[in-house]
Ligand binder design. Structure first.
Ligand code: IPM
Ligand code: MG
Length: 370
């Protein structure tokens, strides 16, 4: 019986609410398939700060290292707006990404048929949209040093963030891009600001080199990040896979997410390299949406992004594409029942809450095995 160990980190805001729903899906798989998931829990973000003054504890990091996958909720909220920068809730998330070396962040933006009218773009522009934003997640301006505010002593200060990339960091994300492109349309769009940033010139050179020397049969196109942002709303279906650095990937993935109707729909997977010895890779799965403090505690958050993130875990960590498909198609048919959480509410639909949406997805899963 394949047995796996999950670390659940619900975090703050709506994180715990959507995590509760993914636990139902995990329990369902334990009962209805040969998979066996053991779950452990810990704190991250503001809830960890309140408990022990840090955004994630060393003990939780140890559990993360030992797990087969981390399932993450969300962190942050106005309550922690004034805590010191190095222990702010987001620092817990960034520590997980950095120390687990989760350099490849896959953010699919898929427009479910039932939701094409919920997009801010016209139906014909987004219907059938299926693009993947591949974001480099452990480098760039998020982690570059120096990163500080310096007092110049003359009543002035200066602030510095550092955008830095090494050859190997760009090479490994480029390889992931081309490998993923093989399973899609064979085309990679690489984006940077080579007209302004020297790290953009370098990004472009390294991606081009990997293409020429290792993947000449694939198609590679380069686009400036600002033009990419513009084309994403003008004609999103021209893209299949966009690879970007940490900061541009952050921005473009929010934009792509919104094309599909709601941030509440989109999952993500953050993957490390494959360990040739153990044949395992570190991995964390999290919804693209944040902690949404404005709606937390009301039972109205959309659980789909968290549940779809778990489906990605089945695909990328546990090699169980059939169960991943089962969850994804159950999400799609739950939406076909015309039920909606408030974030994707449309005229004529029935408005429901967080757990009712998850229950509907589970009913759909049941109907597929009976
Ligand atoms: C994301 C989020 C994070 C990021 C925040 C919460 C630090 O926006 O995962 O996209 O900027 O990476
Ligand atoms: Mg973001």
């Amino acid at each position: 019986m394949p047995s796996f160990n999950l670390l659940l980190l619900p975090g703050d805001g709506i994180g715990p609410e959507v995590m509760k729903e993914v636990e139902k899906v995990i329990a369902w798989l334990n009962i209805n398939t040969d998979l066996k998931f053991e779950t452990e829990y810990d704190l991250v973000g503001g809830s960890a700060y309140d408990n022990h003054g840090k955004a994630i504890s060393n003990e939780a990091m140890k559990l993360a290292h030992g797990s087969d996958a981390v399932i993450f909720g969300a962190v942050g909220g106005p309550k922690w707006d004034s805590v010191p920068f190095d222990v702010r809730p987001e620092a817990g998330l960034l520590r997980l990404r950095k120390e687990l070396d989760l350099f490849a962040n896959l953010r699919p933006a898929i427009c479910y048929k039932a939701l094409a009218d919920a997009s801010s773009l016209k139906r014909e522009l987004v219907e059938g949209l299926d693009i993947l934003i591949l974001r480099e997640l452990t480098g760039g301006v998020y982690f570059g040093e120096p990163k500080e505010i310096i007092d110049l002593g003359n009543g002035q200060k200066k602030a510095i963030d550092t955008q830095v990339y090494h050859t190997h960091e760009i090479e490994r994300i480029a390889r992931v891009a081309f490998e993923l492109a093989k399973t899609r349309k064979g085309k990679v769009t690489s984006t940077e600001k080579r007209n302004v940033m020297i790290s953009g010139v370098f990004w472009n050179q390294v991606v081009t080199h990997i293409h020429k020397t290792e993947y000449p049969e694939m198609e590679l196109e380069h686009i400036l990040a600002d033009a990419c942002a513009m084309q994403l709303v003008r004609e999103p279906k021209q893209f299949d896979l966009i690879v970007a650095d940490n900061l541009f990937g952050d921005i473009l993935s929010d934009e792509a997410a919104m094309l599909t109707g709601s941030m509440g729909m989109l999952p993500s997977a953050s993957l490390g390299s494959l360990d040739e010895g153990t044949k395992k890779r570190n991995a964390m799965y999290e919804p693209v949406h944040g902690s949404a403090p404005d709606i937390s505690g009301k039972g109205i958050a959309n659980p789909i992004a968290e549940i779809a993130s778990f489906a990605m875990a089945l695909r990328y960590s546990f090699n169980r594409p059939l169960e991943a498909d089962l969850i994804e198609s159950s999400i799609s048919s739950a939406l076909d029942r015309n039920i909606r959480t408030p974030d994707i509410m449309q005229d004529g639909m029935e408005k429901i809450g967080t757990s009712a949406m998850a229950d509907a997805i589970i009913e759909e899963m049941n109907s597929r095995i009976n």
